[in-house]
Design a binder for this molecule. Structure first.
Ligand code: AMP
Length: 278
């Protein structure tokens, strides 16, 4: 596996891979890789493309009260995982490469970026869209792979790629879960053993709620019940709602393309999850 840490090295490696493999796939990550990330790499490889994985903990997507320094980092473990999966190139830029001195340009996103995570984490999706635009420009992949786990992020990146006429496909990959259903996340390691047990309750409530809203015209009661159940289990619920999948507009009822999305905090860990509700 090639490893690039500077733009000239990245460009040379990408040119070489494009020549030899024909097409390039990109898997953007913030590292601390788990099976969810590895599944994105596997899907990218299965497309026949040479696969580039980037590891960059992007300061622009962290808010002033969010602790960037606490984000888990494990470069040696990540490189070993990417190599084991058959990744062709790991791209590990530093902050000065991604944000040149005096930088004054960001990507502003509305539409699917409004509401939900966009409200709770102001500026978050501006940071995500900006770093993705930079990664796409650096690697120039034919396809980029994102997890459905971060549903709103996936829609924001899709919208941006469409609106900026970027010549790549955005591919969404189904959420990879622990055996008890908890969506895998780099932040799960911060759950205490008791919180870890409780955490699996989130997907349980989502599944039960998706089943009960399927049969009704008005989902207000099952949604309220779900919020109460989560609160009783010890979650601080930020939101739990039925939304149109691509636009993230609240629908208030199930239907084709509708997602049930939720964010809830346990202890110091914010958990995100979503499932189809149509
Ligand atoms: P992150 O390193 O958390 O920024 O995630 C990098 C990519 O991996 C994003 O596209 C995430 O949506 C995706 N991802 C994270 N966790 C999972 C999971 N459990 N299943 C599928 N994809 C995931």
């Amino acid at each position: 596996m090639l490893i690039a840490r500077t733009l000239p090295d990245l460009r040379a490696a990408c040119a070489h891979l494009r020549r030899t493999a024909g097409s390039l796939a990109l898997v953007p990550t913030m590292g601390a890789l788990h099976l969810g990330h590895r599944t994105l790499v596997r899907a990218a490889l299965a497309s026949g493309a040479a696969t580039v994985a980037s590891i960059f903990v992007n300061p622009l997507q962290f808010g002033p009260t969010e602790d960037l320094s606490r984000y888990p980092r494990d470069e040696a473990g990540d490189l070993a995982a990417l190599q084991a999966e058959g990744c062709a190139l790991a791209w590990l830029p530093d902050g000065a490469t991604m944000y040149p001195a005096g930088d004054a340009t960001t990507i502003s996103v509305d539409g699917p970026a409004d509401g939900w995570e966009g409200t709770i984490r102001p500026g978050h999706f501006r940071g995500v869209a900006t770093v993705c635009a930079k990664l796409f420009g650096q690697v120039r992949p034919d396809r980029a792979y994102f997890g459905e786990k971060d549903w709103q992020q996936l829609q924001v990146v899709r919208r941006m790629a469409t609106d900026l006429l970027l010549p790549l496909d955005i591919v969404g990959i189904e959420t990879v879960r622990e055996p008890d259903g908890l969506a895998m996340s780099s932040r799960n390691r911060f759950l205490s053993p008791t919180e870890r047990q409780t955490a699996a309750g989130l997907i349980g409530v989502l599944r039960a709620t998706a089943a009960s809203v399927a049969a009704r015209r008005d989902a207000a009661e099952p949604l309220a019940h779900a919020r109460r159940t989560l609160a009783d289990q010890g979650f601080a619920v930020d939101y739990l709602a039925l939304v149109d999948g691509p636009s993230l507009m609240e629908t208030g009822r199930s239907g084709p393309g509708v997602r049930l999305i939720a964010a809830a905090t346990l202890g110091s860990v914010r958990l995100l999850d979503n499932i189809p509700a149509g």
